[in-house]
Design a protein around this ligand. Sequence first.
Ligand SMILES: [Zn+2]
Length: 443
Amino acid sequence: MENILFETTSLCPACFEVIEAQYKVIDNKVYFCKACPQHGYFQTLFWADADLFQKWTRQSVHADRFVAGTKKEKGCPFDCGLCNEHEGGVCTAVLEVTYRCNLACNICFADTEKAQFDPTLDEIKTMYETAQKYGGDCSIQISGGEPTVREDLEDVLRMGKQMGFSHIQVNTNGVRLAAESDYAQKLKAAGADLIYLQFDGANDAIYEKIRGKKLLDVKKQAIENCRRAQIGVLLVPTVIPNVNLDHLGQIIAFAKENMPVVKGVHFQPVSYFGRFDTVSPTDEERCSLSDVMHELEKQTDGEMKIKHFVPRKRYDAHCAFSSLFYLSEQGRLHAITEEEQNAKAPEHRAFEKKANAFTNAYWRISAEEQESNGVSEEMRKFKNRLKNYTLAVSGMGFQDVWNIDISRLRGCCVQVISNQGSAIALCAFHVTDQEGKRLYENR
Ligand SMILES: [Zn+2]
């Protein structure tokens, strides 16, 4: 049985022309389907759980934008800057401060081949200004390449803080954090608020497959150095079927063991950029946010359930999920977030969730763990623990040329800031055709 859910537009993987596309249900799975008059039909598995896909379909709520965009010329996705067709602002600005890296991973989508020249500090200042123009005090992610190969990374961080950004995270593989025991402290002193640590799994077979070498000890040492420097770590696994999709529970267990320095886990299902020798990646090579949520429910011994995950605020519902869990002294996670049964306006829901998160978590654990005497003392202890032992579990699915949905792209609020001063939706920025040709160049 085949059923079209809704229509949108996409790109042809061969010629980059804008073409019509549909989300279709086939055997209770959602496929992204499109046809180019010249290059034929393309069909890609999108979400393996069609019911969940439909349940999660909601009107988009966009991030605030602080100035109008530039004039539309060729139309989305060719005028990113942001253009005035774009529907949101910037919630996370990605600043690529180098194109060099100290690892060479086969799945990396940073363009490290033309890696000779790093942006200057003046160019980085322009990037910060662009982020501020479109996103105000948005979250800044210092990325690359591998940002820690820059000897002046601390200057980059200090500049961001001086310009008024309240949250700056450093996206790193952890190699330098592990090698230099005082490096985490230096980054923190310069203004880093969070280490966004690539962390694909809690066993070395996974690193050998994805990154070409054993890295678990490096990750552990990096985390230990962050713990001593008291800077929080977000673990960021790239999730790949037949590599680590079966090990998500192990990653959550590792995160629990390493709280409170580990603040959360951010899963990113693999997406495909660069040159493809075959026509396209197969459905077996793909996983989606719905698979991640299903596997988390399966692999965490009942601690996580699909109903604990909610579409992330300010994102298209099919781009990202988020959730919060409290870790009890007995070492079990208790959900703070939970999907609402009754449909309310999303903004109302978000507010209500925030207001209720604390009491919900309290009452949820109270049944099994609270002593009957001394509620206020208990409450005080609990509050203190809740502050340090809350784990944020989230996921974000990036689009590639096979599943890029231009209407989702138009609402995107994760932008790469180019050194020419434009803000380009992250998925448009990294997208390549099947020959590996990029839609955007950053230099
Ligand atoms: Zn075509």
